[in-house]
Design a binder for this molecule. Sequence first.
Ligand SMILES: CC(C)(COP(=O)(O)OP(=O)(O)OC[C@H]1O[C@@H](n2cnc3c(N)ncnc32)[C@H](O)[C@@H]1OP(=O)(O)O)[C@@H](O)C(=O)NCCC(=O)NCCS
Length: 181
Amino acid sequence: MSRLLKIYRNRNYVWPDDVHPPARTAELRPITFDNVSQVERLRNASVAAAFRRFLDSGRFGVFAMVDGIVAGHAWVTPPADDPQVVNTYAKVAAGESLVHYCYVAPEQRGRGLYAQMLHETTAWAREHGATRVTVDTSVDNTASQKGIQRAGFTEVEPTTSVVIGRRLIYRRRGDLPTTPA
Ligand SMILES: CC(C)(COP(=O)(O)OP(=O)(O)OC[C@H]1O[C@@H](n2cnc3c(N)ncnc32)[C@H](O)[C@@H]1OP(=O)(O)O)[C@@H](O)C(=O)NCCC(=O)NCCS
């Protein structure tokens, strides 16, 4: 299991500074040790365990609440003094924060909850000194790409990352190879 090979082909986006927050349609509640277990109803216990590790490492997360129930979540890393690898595949620069681990309940999709959570996590990172806020998504994830663009992020170069086990062994920036016709 520890030698599992994973290839991440991602599209990447950066926060452009001059974007206005979207209209708020859901309560956004910071994720804390007191409320983190509420995600188990939407996801499962292993997601809740991952969230506890995120909290331990100083990340900030939000729940989108609809009718008092957790309907979505998003996380962002605090800006670090040095470049770092996040979630095994992503390289973030000094001063950069990465928005990640976003999810919206299937029955709540298409209503813009994603954009609201992206703005909230981005705002937290900026308030905590991030000079650049980025978000990435798989090249296959059209729904996520549309949501990120709707939130106002600007696309930058795609990346390919190769991870074996939990080790990033290769990362390339630039256009992804196209399949010959
Ligand atoms: C990606 C995701 C977070 C988007 O959340 P959202 O709140 O629905 O985002 P938006 O309302 O901005 O909708 C984004 C796109 O989702 C698609 N969408 C709309 N309704 C949908 C539905 N009922 N079911 C699935 N996708 C839907 C549409 O393509 C929409 O864009 P469009 O309206 O311009 O066509 C959500 O689809 C999700 O949780 N997916 C599974 C986990 C995931 O991919 N997370 C992101 C990893 S980077």
